[in-house]
Write a protein that binds this ligand. Structure first.
Ligand code: COA
Length: 258
């Protein structure tokens, strides 16, 4: 893995921080995507409690590295690389929080959308500007954007290449929270720390139930929920949580994460 373009920090409190460090604009080159894939594989083998994905202060990520574009053969490799790396990140059974301080364009927006929750600064800008290059999103943008903001808005954004500022991103559901730039890292850590102290098994099953349910119809989704609701009662934290509720009331349990 090229640690000059992407870094992984594993903190003692169970929070893993993935930081894009690829030059001025954090282009998502093949090296960055391979590094992200390697990090996701490493995290899956030794899971943290929660994951943060962040980029630069002015530019979260400016998208695919346009200098690596060529013809259809190169395109096939690039889109596969994006889907593999972002898919591996999205599939991690932990909450993945995107911390978006600035521009998240093209693949940058796609990376943010592959995370479970996006906290943005007031300076963040989102968009899928590929159309301005005469191409379409290839890192999951056509699919994840439509799932987040609905098909009409996704079509408008991808077909015009219009960029949206943080306030609009929040309004349409592309960002989940928007805070002042100085408050961004503290708020991301506040959420990450509270999740890290929670019932990890139940969190993982919650994510799985929601993600797997979104792939199919309601009945299939409810079937997934029945399966995972049953499974969660095998976790030790479910015993801790229920016993604590009965003895001390809600929200007092000290979970172990198992
Ligand atoms: N891939 C490769 N190089 C990129 C890039 C990308 N996605 N985005 C920017 N760059 C390069 C620029 O060509 C420029 O190179 P140069 O210094 O050799 O001239 C350098 O990074 C700085 O870009 P610039 O546009 O001058 O910086 P800026 O601060 O004015 O704007 C952005 C930053 C991110 C808003 C702007 O670069 C941008 O819109 N980038 C393209 C986003 C995009 O279309 N992504 C989809 C890709 S399919």
């Amino acid at each position: 893995m090229d640690t000059n373009v992407i870094e992984l920090e594993r903190r003692d409190d169970g929070i893993a921080v993935i930081t894009l460090t690829n030059g001025k604009v954090n282009a998502l080159s093949g090296a960055v995507l391979d590094g992200l894939h390697a990090i996701a594989t490493e995290l899956r083998a030794d899971l943290p409690k929660v994951i943060i994905v962040t980029g630069g202060e002015r530019i979260f990520a400016a998208g695919a590295d346009i200098s690596e574009f060529g013809g259809p053969d190169e395109a096939a490799v690039i889109t596969r690389r994006f889907h593999d790396a972002l898919g591996a990140l999205a599939a991690l059974p932990r909450l993945v929080i995107a911390e978006v301080a600035g521009y998240a364009l093209g693949g940058g927006c796609e990376l943010a959308m592959a995370c479970d929750y996006r906290i943005a600064s007031t300076k963040a800008v989102f968009g899928q500007p590929e159309i301005l290059l005469g191409i379409i999103p290839g890192g999951g943008g056509t699919q994840r954007l439509a799932r987040l903001v609905g098909p009409s808005r996704a079509k408008e954004l991808c077909i015009t290449g219009r960029q949206v500022r943080a306030d609009e991103a929040l309004r349409i559901g592309l960002a989940d929270e928007v805070v002042e730039p100085d408050a961004l890292r503290p708020r991301v850590l506040e959420l990450a720390e509270s999740v890290a102290a929670g019932a990890t098994v139940a969190q993982a099953l919650t994510k799985a139930a929601i993600d797997r349910g979104l792939d199919g119809d309601l009945d299939t989704g409810l079937g997934v929920e029945r399966e995972l609701f049953t499974e969660v009662f095998r976790s030790s934290d479910s015993q801790v949580g229920v016993a604590s509720f009965l003895e001390h009331g809600p929200g007092k349990a000290n979970f172990t994460g198992s």
